[in-house]
Design a protein around this ligand. Sequence first.
Ligand code: ADP
Ligand code: ADP
Length: 229
Amino acid sequence: KPIIEFQHVDKYYGKFHALKDINLTINEGEVVSIVGPSGSGKSTLIRTMNGLEGINGGKLIVNGYDLADKKTNINKIRKDVGMVFQHFNLYENHTVLGNIELAPRVVLHRSKKENDEIAMDLLEKVGLENKAHMFPRNLSGGQQQRVAIARSLAMKPKVILFDEPTSALDPEMIQDVLDVMKLVAEQGITMVVVTHEMGFAREVANRLIFFDQGHVLEDRKPEEFFDHP
Ligand code: ADP
Ligand code: ADP
C-alpha cells in the first residue's frame, strides 16, 4: 500500500534544477536506503517528504495528503512523518525526557502518565534509561542521536526520514545508532534513509535507490546490487 508517491515532481532552487521529474512510490513498511554523490539532491528529496522543502511541479502524496496543495496543513503530515537529522537537532534547554515528551504533550495532548511510560520504555529500547534527566550537551553524539530517534518514535509515526543520521558521529558510535535503526525497521515503520552506510543498505533495507544529479539512477532490492557483481 503506497504511503509516499511522487508523480513527475520537480524542485528548483532559483534556476538550479535540484529534483528532476521524480517518479517514485514507497509502500508502507518499506525500508529504503538512498545513496549517491554529495550534492545530488538526496537531502532535498527526503525533505520534500515532510514539507521541509516545497516542490515546484508535479504531485506528491504523503500519507494521503497532497503536498503540492497550498491548503494542505503541513502539521498533519509532520505528526505522522518524523525526521532524524545529521546534527540531532535536540532542544538544548530540555532534558532527554523533556525532548521526547514535548511533541506528544503539545501535539497529541498525551497525559503525563502515559507520556512518561512511553518515553521511559523508548529510552530503555535505545539503551539510555539512565540518561532521562540529563541535558543533551552532556551526552555523546551517538547518545544524542539515539535520543533523537526515541523522540521521533514517541509520536508513533508511520514514516521516519533519516538524513545522514551517522555522518556526524565518531566511528565508534555509529554501530549503536545503526542497531537502534534496525530495531525501528523491525517495528514495521516505513523508513527512508539517506546514508553512506552500505552495511545498513545490505542488512536492513529492502530497497536501495541510487540518486544522481537530481534523479533516480537505480532502484533495486539490495541483494541485486550486492550479490550479483
Ligand atoms: P545531497 O543531500 O545529495 O548532498 P542536497 O539535496 O543537499 O544534496 O543538495 C542538492 C543541490 O541543491 C546541491 O547543489 C546544493 O548546493 C543545492 N541546494 C541545497 N539546498 C539549497 C538551498 N536551500 N538553496 C540553494 N541551493 C540548495
Ligand atoms: P524538562 O524540564 O524535564 O526538560 P519540560 O521542560 O519539557 O521538561 O517540562 C516538562 C514539565 O511539564 C514537567 O514538569 C512535567 O511534569 C510537566 N508536564 C505536564 N503535562 C505533561 C505531559 N503530558 N507530558 C510530559 N510532561 C508534562
